[in-house]
Design a protein around this ligand. Structure first.
Ligand SMILES: Nc1ncnc2c1ncn2[C@@H]1O[C@H](COP(=O)(O)OP(=O)(O)OP(=O)(O)O)[C@@H](O)[C@H]1O
Length: 522
């Protein structure tokens, strides 16, 4: 891209400020986006990135500042105004209805007069043109997070925007899906469209983006050319210091084999709907002190597996899932928690936390079965022990470095990464014997990811068993003792980390057995 001083910016935001109570989330932010550029917006969790882009999309209003669009001052009073100007946005948290199809969801944001069949065929065409394959008739509830994201992107592209804002688009994608998205974005750039790109993945920012603006505590601290920086120098600009390094601390060698804490034996399950994945004869044993990772392309049964292990879906026989040696396959999630297990699902808003409830209530909802003695008082009256809940929230916020405005905000008022730290901290605070986490660092910045990974390692080394389902292979290689691969509802043998290479895992993700038996067949 070559810019000259005569180029008129597509968007010129000047001194944009937003406060929430006494918190200045965005403090006089200046940002210029040129036509045909991919512009990165960087900053640690809570730096103000989402708040800023919500103002560009009209879902929040600045308290002061000006926005110029194609040289003219504009007031973006609502998302409808943003869309009519030519600004589209794909949010970090999707706003899709599970019980509707992809096409029906897209129709909700378009003119009511357009027939559904037209929308379905245009969505299919756009999907094909931009390398985003989508079945418009698929029910959203049956789709993986990556597939849901495609609906959001296609919904945005259908409106032919000049500026597309993408908030953390690759955090839910496999490396292959991310590569495909980059091709899509490069094609859009070549067509002269601009992209404002929020990401915590600094290597991809270096690869994809033409310029970057870095925020820290709501202020612009740097503008730079990310291709001339290193991932470490970008991270330093964001955080202000160097990022901590995760210490793996190898598991303690004990006498003989460590105790099995989570046992999955012969877990098979038919698909729950036309687009859900069947689970086929899965076997896995986790021992005290170890971290086991499950790699795999999204939509290969990870969601179904999590539901089966957590007790959201019950098994046909009790001994298919054992927690601490006790058969729990017919037990619901509360009973499994009582047996010492804790669970962190993939979607933090709506599943991991109730957005419109304060953190204390969100803490209580996951802990009442196991900690009623601490969090309920008044005997049979069962009154919430607000002081105990508040001090637990304070403790979790301190341990996990959760940055929030106020003592006890609603979950929805936390930035995405800070909510993730809170949810993981809420479960770690119980010191569970077994922790099962689906995508532990989705949307979490480099510093906070290191914090979470270290906390998971420390939990395992204190004698618990930790199971991590993650699409981030680097993450799994960094912290796991063994890694298994999920593919088409089967689970491979969990290989010791010393025997694992990226290439081998990649092959197994694609279905090859890489020289090891892949359990399967129903
Ligand atoms: N509705 C709200 N009410 C109160 N505070 C809010 C609200 N929305 C955001 N905040 C606060 O504003 C600050 C900036 O949050 P924002 O979501 O913009 O950060 P972010 O840079 O996008 O973080 P992340 O990378 O974690 O998504 C945070 O301290 C957050 O707690």
């Amino acid at each position: 891209m070559s810019l000259t001083s005569t180029d008129q910016p597509l968007l010129d935001a000047r001194r944009i400020t937003k406060t929430f109570g006494s918190l200045v989330a965005c403090d006089a932010i200046d940002l210029v986006i040129q036509p045909g550029e991919i512009h990165a917006l960087l900053g640690e969790n809570g730096a103000g990135k989402s708040t800023f882009v919500k103002m560009l999309f009209g879902s929040l209003q600045p308290v002061s500042g000006e926005i110029f669009w194609k040289g003219r001052p504009v007031s973006i009073s609502s998302p409808a105004v943003a869309r009519s100007l030519g600004i589209g946005m794909v949010f970090q948290h999707f706003s899709l209805f599970d019980s509707l199809t992809a096409a029906e969801n897209i129709a909700l944001s378009l003119d009511k007069s357009i027939p559904l069949s037209d929308i379905a065929s245009r969505a299919r065409d756009i999907g094909e043109a931009y390398g985003l394959p989508l079945d418009p008739d698929a029910l959203v509830g049956d789709l993986s997070v990556g597939e849901r994201q495609r609906i959001e992107i296609i919904r945005c592209l259908l409106q032919e925007p000049d500026l597309i804002i993408l908030d953390e688009p690759t955090s839910v994608l496999t490396p292959q899906e991310a590569d495909r998205l980059f091709v899509t974005l490069e094609r859009l750039r070549a067509e002269g469209k601009s992209i404002l790109y929020i990401s915590h993945r600094l290597e991809e920012v270096k690869r994809l983006c033409d310029r970057a603006t870095v925020l820290r505590h709501g202020k612009v601290v740097a503008h730079c050319d990310p291709r001339k920086e290193t991932a470490a120098s970008l991270a330093r600009m964001m955080v202000g210091t160097d990022i901590r390094i995760v210490h793996r601390n190898p598991p303690k060698g004990g006498d003989g084999e460590a105790r099995p804490l989570l046992e999955i034996a012969g877990l098979s399950q038919p698909p729950r709907g036309p687009f859900s994945t069947a689970l086929r004869d899965m076997q896995l044993v986790l021992h005290a002190g170890e971290i086991v990772g499950i790699a795999g392309v999204a939509g290969n049964g990870q969601g179904e597996f999590f539901e089966a292990v957590s007790g959201e879906v019950l098994q046909i026989a009790p001994d298919i899932v054992r927690i601490g040696g006790i058969a729990a396959g017919r037990a619901g999630i509360s009973r499994r928690r009582e047996l010492g297990a804790a669970f962190v699902p993939e979607e933090r808003l709506g599943h991991g936390a109730v957005p419109e409830l304060p953190l204390t209530d969100n803490l209580f909802l996951s802990r009442y079965a196991t900690d009623s003695g601490t969090f309920l008082r008044g005997g049979a009256l069962k009154v919430l022990a607000q002081n105990a809940l508040q001090s637990a929230v304070k403790r979790i916020a301190k341990t996990m470095d959760v940055r929030k405005s106020g003592e006890n905000p609603d979950a929805s008022a936390l930035s995405g990464g800070n909510l993730q730290k809170f949810i993981i901290g809420r479960e770690l605070d119980r010191k569970p014997a077994v922790l099962v986490v689906n995508q532990p660092t989705w949307g979490v910045d480099a510093g906070a990811s290191a914090h979470i990974r270290q906390a998971l390692i420390d939990l395992a080394r204190s004698g618990s068993a930790v199971l991590i389902i993650s699409q981030d292979l680097d993450e799994l290689l960094e912290i796991c003792d063994r890694i298994a691969v999920m593919n088409h509802g089967t689970l491979s043998e969990a290989l010791p980390i010393g025997e694992v290479t990226l290439e081998k895992i990649g092959l197994m993700m694609g279905g090859a057995d890489a020289g090891h038996e892949i359990a399967g067949g129903m």
